[in-house]
Design a binder for this molecule. Structure first.
Ligand SMILES: [Zn+2]
Length: 104
């Protein structure tokens, strides 16, 4: 195992710990358990400016190290990439650039 593999595994371990803290290693919408596609999602109405600005890697570390407050954790959940994108589309009023009309 080379250095790159070790780094990937270390990041995956942190991601797994974070998802467990946030409720489990699965998408809370569709149930996907493939850790490669799971992400942290910000629930609608989340207006904590401090959380929004943290870079993603730092956010994962902060959650594992207990730096993230319980209050902030309430506004985070686990979604897969697909469900995360759909979640953003569905609240297009907040992000007009992400409008995605669909043919019936
Ligand atoms: Zn999903």
């Amino acid at each position: 195992m080379d250095r790159r593999d070790k780094l990937v595994l270390r990041r995956q371990k942190i991601r797994r710990e974070v998802f467990e803290i946030l409720g489990g290693v699965f998408c809370q919408k569709c149930g996907n358990t493939d850790i490669r596609v799971l992400t942290i999602n910000h629930l609608d109405g989340h207006k904590e400016p401090k959380t929004q600005r943290i870079n993603p890697r730092r956010r994962y570390r902060d959650i594992v190290n207990g730096v993230t407050s319980k209050e902030e954790l309430k506004y985070l959940n686990v979604l897969c990439q697909n469900c995360n994108i759909l979640y953003e589309y569905e609240r297009e009023n907040r992000f007009p650039k992400m409008r995605s009309p669909m043919l019936e």
